[in-house]
Design a protein around this ligand. Structure first.
Ligand SMILES: *Cc1c(COP(=O)(O)O)cnc(C)c1O
Length: 380
């Protein structure tokens, strides 16, 4: 038997009776660093929490199932996950990466991985032909779709087809849509990463990250890395993320319905030059999204007529708070220029369209009337 995705946010297929001997409905937090052994050569399967802990393991199983992978590893943040992932590569390896990535990933590649001898080529993977840039030492392609913050959409399956049989790993950062709306492994990707801080946790209260794989060899390498480098998620934070995931399906549905309505409304406001949301039929990635995802998500970006208006909106919205991050219950407004993408070199930022007039919204679960009213008063 295999449950549907809404059920899988709470239950594993193998769950038959309530947890353990106590009947506790909530999975326990195993707040322990180490585990004892009955005798030499005997083990409960757990030795030390850096390697594995039952609470983290439960969360990892849930996330693996949600993404359709054979294994998931939970890390202390999205960046801890991506940093560990980069340990799969060695000096002299070449990676092709999307130009318009989360700013923290750009910073990691430029300031940590390059120093360690890894070579990068940045592409607009949604329009450039990756095949023209593959070299003998190309080991992986790293993409986000939709991208952050410009919402460019890459056809995952088409990209995977181009890399097939070349021994090049396709890595997709699936944070923006969450496994509820998009499953890159099923479209041919090899590795999925998430900032679990965002939709999976869903409440802007806990940092977490994930790597999900569908290959035993890659899973073994990553298990070795998590135990050796030590960035695994703590038992308590694992429990918080597990609790967040329970409501993933209802949160995503509500947030994306709000995002669609807000995108339509903003498109009609004087002072707003353009709204970039893949759910709008004018968005160039609209048809691809329909094909490869189960929805359009709840992130939208818009460009104001002037920098002054952008700054005014950041300061004058009251319900909608001016903060980094996304995927929580609250609607947040972000200024990519000085926040999430401050460390992206200016030339690259402008080429991607991240100007001083661009704002990003993570649409939350509030009543749509209240969100619109907040914008209405701020636009006055
Ligand atoms: C936030 C984010 C990250 C980094 O995750 P943290 O949990 O903040 O370390 C990576 N990728 C994307 C797309 C993100 O939004």
């Amino acid at each position: 038997m295999s449950y549907k995705i809404e059920t899988r946010c709470m239950h594993l297929d193998e769950d038959i009776v309530p947890c353990e001997k106590t009947g506790s409905i909530s999975f326990p937090i195993y707040q322990t660093a180490t585990f004892c052994h009955e005798g030499v050569g005997k083990s409960t399967g757990y030795d030390y929490t850096r390697l594995q802990n039952p609470t983290r393991e439960r969360l990892e199983k849930i996330v693996a199932k949600l993404e359709g992978g054979i294994d998931a590893l939970a890390f202390s943040s999205g960046m801890a996950a991506i940093t560990t992932l980069m340990e799969l590569f060695k000096p002299g390896d070449h990676l092709i990466v999307e130009n318009d990535l989360y700013g923290g990933s750009v910073r990691l590649f430029d300031h940590v991985n390059k120093k360690n001898g890894i070579e990068f080529t940045g592409l607009d993977l949604w329009k450039d032909n990756v095949e023209d840039y593959i070299k003998e030492n190309t080991k992986a392609v790293f993409v986000e779709t939709p991208t952050n913050p410009m919402m460019n959409v890459t056809d995952i399956q088409a990209l995977a087809d181009k890399l097939k049989d070349k021994g090049i790993l396709l890595i997709v950062d699936n944070t923006f849509l969450s496994p509820y709306l998009q499953n890159p492994l099923k479209l041919g990707a090899d590795i999925v990463v998430h900032s679990g801080t965002k939709y999976l946790g869903g409440h802007n209260d806990t940092l977490a990250g994930f790597i999900i794989v569908d290959d035993d060899e890659v899973s073994d390498k990553l298990r070795f890395l998590i135990k050796t480098t030590g960035a695994g998620l703590s038992p308590f934070d694992s429990w918080l993320i597990m609790r967040g995931i329970q409501t993933l399906s209802v949160r995503m549905e509500r947030a994306q319905s709000n995002a669609g309505l807000l995108a339509e409304w903003l498109s009609k406001q004087p002072g707003i030059k353009r709204v970039i949301y893949p759910g709008l039929s004018i968005h160039p990635g609209h048809e691809i999204m329909k094909k490869q995802a189960r929805g359009f998500g709840a992130m939208l970006t818009f460009e104001c007529e002037s920098k002054e208006l952008a700054l005014k909106l950041l300061e004058d919205t009251k319900l909608i708070q001016y903060a980094e991050s996304l995927g929580g219950t609250e609607t947040l407004i972000t200024y990519p220029l000085t926040q999430t993408h401050a460390d992206v070199p200016e030339e690259k930022r402008l080429k991607n369209g991240i100007t001083d007039k661009v704002l990003r919204l993570s649409v939350g679960l509030e009543a749509i009337e209240d969100l619109i009213a907040d914008f209405e008063q701020a636009l006055q």
